[in-house]
Design a protein around this ligand. Structure first.
Ligand SMILES: CC/C=C/CC(=O)SCCNC(=O)CCNC(=O)[C@H](O)C(C)(C)COP(=O)(O)OP(=O)(O)OC[C@H]1O[C@@H](n2cnc3c(N)ncnc32)[C@H](O)[C@@H]1OP(=O)(O)O
Length: 725
């Protein structure tokens, strides 16, 4: 017996078992039609006198990826989840969830409403709603806390982590784990408990086990969550909902869960986080200005890769490559550095393997001082010192040594990938792979293509990035690519604010309250002030003799702040020297302390340059720094360096600490209102006419003139704009 056409299929199996299969590929999300299907099929199974038990599973070996996120923000129709799950729990016949693939969010909540849960050993379970700016509001906070206790429930719900089937068994989320077909095991099991009372299996009736140090536990967790949430409201609401489970009867706890969810659901934060979810997936569907795109570009096979240069970046890249299971040749010409790198890489791999309970991939890597060792690899990632002449020399050696067709990638954060490619006999095989430090930890990868890069080369780098667990974004070649290019106006405004009267503490506090993990000055101290200094020297911006006077603050016809250069001249390179924008107890210390020297230095500097300090508030800091950065984002879209706003937002959320609950800079701009951003930029540009970065971009003007369309429609305006250039 079977009901095809519905998004939940009903079949009677083994004579007496009603098998309900969710059918909504690819993840069997609980759309309105799926929920309706479940309600109808459960009713059918329960009213059929022949059926003794029920099994719920998902099509194609995937239980359920939760509520259909695409439905959020629409007029949600169809049966709601809570009564649907309550009806399953109240059933007088055993209902067993057969969990294969994932049981996430509403999917796990559905399983928690069942009387038993049987998981395949490869299944993964979790309540990731917090990552979407929500909480598990189909009874998840109330049932999970009752089932596994408050501390474990808090951990899962406030972080959104996915657990393996083995972990779920240990926690008590599932009753059985099997290596066999979970549906068949569940069917047999359901028959073995048929006819029994299910009273003891209804989780909503369980008392919530209370920890002895209840108040201290919640206080501690709340403090930790508030700190790490950086202004996100969902993690806090999750703690409050679990607290309700621990203190209120089930029905009252459910009311609280719904109340908290209603606040989150309508918040801009949830919209921002759901936008990030889809943006992260959209960047995988890359396209180049030439029209080449992801569907039509086949990646080359990569079995063996090489890394040239084993400094900090090269070591991280080697670790990340080895962890994908690839064979890696790691090359460093200096023997001492090679030995040190080998030790460091082995240590990183061992620590990583220990954390994940697997064997370290040490034997995947061979080390060599000789570049000839890369002769047989399919792809090379060069990670030598950031110097064009050196990189060109290495690339020339590589093209002489490597087998034909080897993809040559440069890990550069700013150098011209086209220029490098133009020196090679096969420029189509050259792309940039801009990793972020530490390269084995940071999720972002900018894949930089030039006009000559072949679509196949881009596809290969993008696929390799994915295998390495990175969120890879394909971007065009320009100074700083996307991320660092947008950072320039942001940093520049921060320096100008100091000249005008702000302190590093004030600027950092404003940015940290906005949600960045670190303000711009603390971040500069961490990365090292000398890095920017070196770049500015290369750009001939640093002029040490011009200590005072108006001309000391003008370069190439525009306003310039030499503050960073002056600090570097004093040997203040940040954390590593114990002094930068802040002072540190000793070189390498991490705790930034206010530095009276720096404050006096700023006072003297302003006096020397005839600058009258004024009071600057957080609003101005945010508008000046963030709107200048956003403005550059619009220019990047104008230039076709990023294909769409999602690319920019993903880069900023995954690589630059932009708070996810604010959706990325371009999404944030759409929330603030493009007209407002334009008005503020015009205002600041009038006040600072010598700052080109504050000149509103033509695309921003065009979007405002087109009635500020929603972000998903910007691409149409961009396309029209570009076609008219
Ligand atoms: C009333 C409010 C109730 C809320 C409770 C909830 O349930 S909220 C939703 C909670 N669920 C999640 O957060 C899970 C989100 N999905 C994932 O984490 C992953 O997709 C996955 C299930 C682990 C599968 O990962 P995999 O890497 O295999 O695939 P993709 O991530 O690329 O996804 C494939 C396509 O499916 C789309 N998609 C995934 N989950 C959902 C979903 N819950 N709703 C709608 N669409 C979903 C995803 O966007 C991909 O689509 P493409 O068009 O191919 O990009």
């Amino acid at each position: 017996m079977c009901d095809k056409g519905s998004m939940a299929q009903y079949t009677r199996v083994s004579g007496f078992v009603g098998l309900i299969t969710l059918q909504n590929p690819p993840v069997n999300a609980l759309s309105a039609a799926v929920r309706q299907g479940i309600v109808d099929m459960v009713e059918r199974a329960l009213s059929d006198p022949i059926v003794k038990s029920v099994v719920i599973c998902g099509q194609n070996g995937n239980f359920c990826g939760g509520a259909d996120i695409k439905e959020f923000g629409t007029n949600m129709s169809g049966p709601p989840l809570v009564p649907m799950i309550d009806a399953i729990e109240a059933a007088n016949k055993p209902v067993v969830a057969a969990i294969e693939g994932s049981a996430l969010g509403g999917g796990l909540e559905l399983a928690l409403g069942c009387h038993y849960r049987i998981a395949h050993s490869k299944a993964r379970l979790g309540l990731p709603e917090v990552t979407l700016g929500l909480l598990p509001a189909a009874g998840g906070t109330q049932r999970l806390s009752r089932l596994i206790g408050v501390p474990a429930a808090l951990n899962l719900i406030t972080t959104g982590i996915h657990v393996t089937a083995a972990q779920a068994l240990q926690l008590g989320i599932v009753d059985q784990v099997t290596d066999h077909n979970a549906v068949e095991v569940a069917v047999t099991f359901s028959l073995s408990v048929a006819g029994q009372s299910m009273d003891a299996r209804r989780i909503s009736t369980y008392p919530c086990p209370l920890p002895s140090d209840f108040d201290a536990l919640f206080e501690g967790v709340m403090q930790k969550v508030r700190q790490s949430a950086r202004g996100a409201i969902a993690p806090v609401a999750c703690v409050q909902a679990v607290r309700a489970a621990a203190t209120l009867p089930y029905t009252k706890g459910m009311e609280r869960e719904q109340e908290l969810m209603a606040t989150l659901f309508t918040s801009g934060q949830a919209r921002a986080q759901q936008y990030c979810f889809f943006a992260q997936r959209a960047v995988g569907r890359w396209r180049m200005p030439s029209g080449a795109r992801w569907e039509t570009s086949k990646p080359m096979p990569v079995h063996k890769a090489a890394v040239i240069g084993l400094g900090t970046m090269g070591r991280g890249i080697t670790v990340a490559l080895a962890q994908t299971g690839l064979s890696v040749v790691a090359v460093e010409t200096q023997e001492k550095q090679l030995m040190e790198a080998k030790q460091a890489v082995s240590g990183m791999l061992e620590r990583g393997a220990k954390r994940h309970g697997v064997a370290p991939m040490l034997d995947r890597i061979s080390y060599s001082q000789n570049i000839q060792a890369v002769a047989e690899v399919d792809l090379v990632i060069e990670a030598v010192f950031e110097d064009m002449a050196l990189k060109t020399e290495v690339f020339q050696q590589l093209s002489a040594v490597c087998k034909p067709g080897t993809l040559l990638c440069t890990n550069t954060s700013a150098l011209d990938v086209d220029k490098l490619a133009s020196e090679m006999p096969n420029p189509e095989l050259v792309v940039g792979m801009h990793f972020f430090a530490p390269a084995h930890v940071m999720k972002l990868l900018e894949v930089v293509y030039g006009p000559r890069s072949s679509p196949q080369a881009v596809a290969t780098a993008m696929q390799l990035g994915k295998k390495m667990g990175k969120v890879s974004v394909a971007v065009g070649n320009c100074r700083g690519f996307v991320g660092n290019r947008m950072l320039m106006p942001y940093l520049q405004q921060a320096f100008f604010l100091l000249e005008e009267g702000a302190t590093p503490e004030l600027v950092d506090r404003a940015l940290e309250e906005f949600g960045f993990p670190m303000g711009v000055f603390r971040m500069s101290d961490l990365s090292g002030l000398d890095i920017g200094w070196r770049v500015r020297k290369r750009d001939e911006l640093v002029e040490p003799d011009m200590a005072s006077g108006q001309s000391a603050r003008i370069r190439q016809g525009s306003r310039y702040s030499p503050l960073g250069d002056l600090l570097c001249e004093q040997g203040r390179f940040g954390q590593k020297t114990g002094q930068g924008w802040y002072r540190y107890d000793k070189p390498g210390s991490r705790v930034a302390r206010s530095d009276p020297w720096l404050h006096s230095f700023l006072v003297e500097y302003r006096a020397r340059h005839g600058l009258v300090p004024r009071s600057i508030d957080h609003q101005e800091v945010l508008e000046r720094c963030l709107y200048a950065l956003i403005n550059e984002g619009f220019r990047i879209l104008e230039d076709g360096i990023a294909a769409g706003p999602e690319d920019i937002d993903v880069i900023y959320v995954f690589g630059y600490g932009w708070p996810r609950h604010r959706g990325g800079p371009m999404f944030y701009a759409s929330m603030v209102g493009l007209a407002k951003i334009l008005e503020r930029l015009e205002h600041y540009q009038q006040a600072h006419p010598d700052v080109p970065y504050l000149q509103p971009s033509s695309l921003l003007r065009r979007l405002v003139a087109s009635d500020s369309p929603p972000i998903h429609r910007w691409r149409e305006v961009i396309k029209k704009y570009q076609s008219q250039l």
